[in-house]
Every structure is written in structure tokens, then in C-alpha cells.
Design a protein around this ligand. Structure first.
Ligand code: PLP
Length: 437
């Protein structure tokens, strides 16, 4: 077949695919109408195909008015807003407790929303990384998000330990991209008595691998370690059952799948079994003491037996508003329905990519098994720069994806607002941008 003919057939095939994508959107519509979708920088569509919700989630349409109402309370009430606002500021954080607990599968006493993610990892490690004797090591993934790596290395130094020997980095087998649970389990069994803390990403930010959280948690705890999870890429992406899975602690941010705005607040989980433990060290402030006696201004804190004991400062109301608005949406749609649509949408993108990658220097590195991934497919490019490719996708096709240098571009079809047509645009843009070799 001549190159020209195959090229033409390719185009005709894709245009049928576009119609098919539109039909799928009619049948399985999602909640895009509840979000602001940015305009496209280039290409022939008005709206961007926004596949970067794993980096920064889109703005829910409800956020602005809700935030404005909190701002109005401050304008009209001044300090009285602590008690007299429509949503009084003093107990404001409690509005987030129920929806947060439902989102991550926790008891309401086990969660609190506060600070930002890396700060919370440090606050939690103050309590849960307690190196003693020869049990000093911290296990992370070699491809952990750099902030997590910096955090655990600085914790090691804080305890007078050498970060190079204290931090044990899990690597996939040679030639593989993702971790095997059995290998993690074997390592924990073999090295267990030297390990104080296991701190892994629930969904790896780079490869999109969803870890087998209950199995690894059980293996880590059986080895005598404390097991914490960074759920930055898991919260709002995959169903979680942190209490039942016996996770010791976890933290996540709210600006990725949770759509609460740039730098949005972080959620924290501490398992019930730790909540009333008076031997746990903890950094405290006036919001760590029980609410009922807080304003007696006692010099000694009386922490409640809840995750709120880890709160240090009074919460930023204007940052909590967007989290509250977003969590209401998750509550009303439900993680089960979201996950079902997510599996369909990501499966569809995978199917489209499988038609585009052969012959091109592109390979999906995310696990093929839907049970081992969330709403993200990471594509490794064999030649050229990932940032350059992402830029061309955006400027020439209006496809917004996220590049991780040197060679990975990440596409996240977010079940709340991404469409089958967005997925088609990704495949179409890759086919037009990356030459067949
Ligand atoms: C996004 C992300 C962070 C970001 O940390 P901040 O403290 O919110 O800036 C940290 N860890 C992981 C795994 C992430 O994906």
C-alpha cells in the first residue's frame, strides 16, 4: 500500500473514531457541565482537551459563588464571623470532616483537612517516624515525587542519620517500569527489622501505577514498620478504605483530582488505634487542643482523641471553601460511580493509544490491568523532549497534558469532566505530531 493511501485511510478511520467518541459521550456523559474548561490554545476546537487534572484539577462552577459568600461574611461581620457567619469560621473545618471521611474510607474521627501536603507529611513523621536501635530505615519508591524524597531525607538528617543509608528506594525489576507487590512484600520480609517507616505513593505520580495498598500495608505492619501513604494521586481518583486497610497514616493534597485550586489544602488520616495514644510525640498549637476549652487560654493543651489533635493553626477559611464545595460534588456523585466511569474512559484512551503507538517511538508505561491504575496513562517517548511534545500538543491541538522530563507525558482522563472526545483528541494529536519511524 502506498504511503499516501495508508495515510488517507488512517484519516478516514480517525474521523469515524471521532464520531464514535461523540456517541460514547452521549451514552456516558459525566459532569463536565459543572466545571469551567479552559479555551484551547490551538487546533480546531473551542475548549481544551484537558488531560492535566492529575496536576491541577479544573475549577467547579460552584466554587466562585461559594467562596464569595465566605468573603462576604468577613466583609459584613468582621470578627463576629467566627460565630455569626452563615458557615461560622470556628467550626468551619468540621464541615469537611464527613465528606473527607467518606472519600477515603475513614471514621470521622480519623481525618482532618489542614496545611499543605508536604508540611503534613512532616507533621505525621514527627509522630510516626521514630527510629530506634537498628530499626531506622524509611522505604519509598525510587520514583517517588521529589518532595516526598526530600521530606524523608530531611527527616533522617533531623534524627542524626545519614539519608543515603537510611532511605531505601524501591526500584522495579530491570526492564520493567512499575513495582510488583510480591517484590515489595519480599523486601519487607527480608529487611523488615531495619525498617521504621514505609511511605509510598498510593498512585505513583509518574507511572500512574496504583499500588496494592492493603497488601503492602499488611506486609509492612507484619514486619514491624509503620505504614503511611501519600495519596496525592489517589484521593478522588480511586476508591479508598483506609480504616479497613489498617493504614497507619496518610495525607493527600486537594488540588489534583479534588479540584480545590492551586496549592489547595491537604487532607490527613490517622488510624483510630493511634488517636488516644499519649506516648506519641506531636507538634501542637492552639488548634490541637479540644474545641470546648480552647478559649480558656490554658497554657497546656488538651488534645482530643481525633486527627484534629494534629491541627496546629486556625484554618484558612478562604482556602477551605473550595475544598468544601468540591467534596460536596464527590459526595453527590459518589466514588463508586466515578470509578466505574474512570475505568471506561481510561480503557478507551488505552485502546486509542494502542492504535497510535505501533511504529511510533511511544510506549504506555502505566499498568495494563485497570485494577492497578487510576485515571492516568503515562506515555514514554523514545526520541525528543517530553516538554517539547506536550507544548506542541497544546499549541497545535489544544490538548493539555503534563510532561515529566526527560521522557514521560502523562494523560489523565478525569471521570468528572473529561470526555471520550478528549481521549480521541489525544490520540489524534499524537498521530499528527509524532512521526512513524
Ligand atoms: C503533588 C504532590 C506533592 C505536592 O506537595 P505539596 O506539599 O502540596 O506542594 C507531594 N507529593 C506527591 C506524591 C505529589 O503528587
Amino acid at each position: 500500500m502506498s504511503g499516501e493511501l495508508s495515510e488517507r485511510m488512517h484519516k478516514e478511520e480517525l474521523s469515524q473514531e471521532e464520531k464514535a467518541a461523540n456517541r460514547l459521550d452521549t451514552a456516558d456523559p459525566g459532569h463536565r457541565h459543572l466545571f469551567h474548561v479552559p479555551p484551547a490554545d490551538g487546533g480546531r476546537y473551542q475548549q481544551a482537551a484537558y488531560l492535566a487534572g492529575n496536576s491541577l484539577g479544573l475549577q467547579p462552577r460552584a466554587t466562585r459563588d461559594e467562596l464569595f459568600a465566605d468573603l462576604e461574611a468577613w466583609r459584613c461581620l468582621g470578627v463576629e464571623g467566627h460565630l455569626a457567619a452563615m458557615r461560622p469560621w470556628l467550626p468551619y473545618h468540621e464541615l469537611l470532616t464527613g465528606p473527607t471521611a467518606r472519600l477515603v474510607g475513614a471514621r470521622s474521627t480519623e481525618v482532618v483537612v489542614m496545611n499543605s501536603l508536604t508540611v503534613n507529611l512532616h507533621l505525621l513523621m514527627v509522630s510516626f517516624y521514630r527510629p530506634t536501635g537498628t530499626r531506622t530505615r524509611i522505604v519509598i519508591e525510587d520514583s517517588a515525587f521529589p518532595s516526598d524524597s526530600y521530606a524523608v531525607r530531611s527527616q533522617a538528617r533531623f534524627h542524626g542519620l545519614d539519608p543515603d543509608t537510611t532511605v531505601l528506594r524501591l526500584t522495579p525489576r530491570p526492564g520493567e517500569d512499575t513495582l510488583r507487590t510480591a517484590d515489595v512484600r519480599d523486601l519487607l520480609a527480608a529487611e523488615g527489622d531495619t525498617i521504621a517507616l514505609v511511605l509510598l505513593g498510593g498512585v505513583n505520580y509518574l507511572t500512574g501505577e496504583l499500588m496494592e495498598i492493603p497488601e503492602i500495608t499488611a506486609a509492612g505492619r507484619a514486619a514491624g514498620a509503620v505504614v503511611g501513604w501519600d495519596l496525592a494521586h489517589a484521593a478522588g481518583n480511586v476508591p479508598l478504605a483506609l480504616h479497613d486497610w489498617d493504614v497507619d497514616f496518610a495525607a493527600w493534597c486537594s488540588y489534583k483530582y479534588l479540584n480545590s485550586g492551586p496549592g489547595g489544602l491537604s487532607g490527613v488520616f490517622v488510624h483510630e488505634r493511634h488517636l488516644a495514644d499519649p506516648t506519641l510525640p506531636r507538634f501542637e498549637g492552639w488548634w490541637s487542643t479540644e474545641a470546648a476549652t480552647r478559649f480558656e487560654m490554658s497554657p497546656v493543651a488538651r488534645p482530643p482523641a481525633t486527627a484534629e489533635a494534629w491541627q496546629v493553626s486556625n484554618p484558612p477559611i478562604l482556602a477551605m471553601g473550595p475544598v468544601r464545595t468540591s467534596l460536596e460534588l464527590f459526595d453527590s456523585v459518589g466514588m463508586t460511580a466515578l470509578r466505574e466511569r474512570s475505568v471506561r474512559l481510561t480503557g478507551y484512551l488505552e485502546w486509542l493509544l494502542d492504535q497510535v503507538t505501533p511504529g511510533r517511538p511511544l510506549a504506555v508505561v502505566t499498568p495494563r490491568d485497570p485494577a492497578r491504575r487510576g485515571a492516568q496513562l503515562s506515555v514514554r517517548i523514545g526520541t525528543g523532549s517530553a516538554a517539547e511534545l506536550a507544548k506542541r500538543l497544546r499549541l497545535e491541538h489544544g490538548v493539555v497534558a503534563d510532561a515529566r522530563e526527560p521522557d514521560v507525558v502523562r494523560f489523565a482522563p478525569v471521570p468528572l469532566y473529561s470526555t471520550y472526545h478528549d481521549c480521541w483528541r489525544v490520540a489524534n494529536a499524537l498521530a499528527a505530531t509524532v512521526e512513524v519511524h
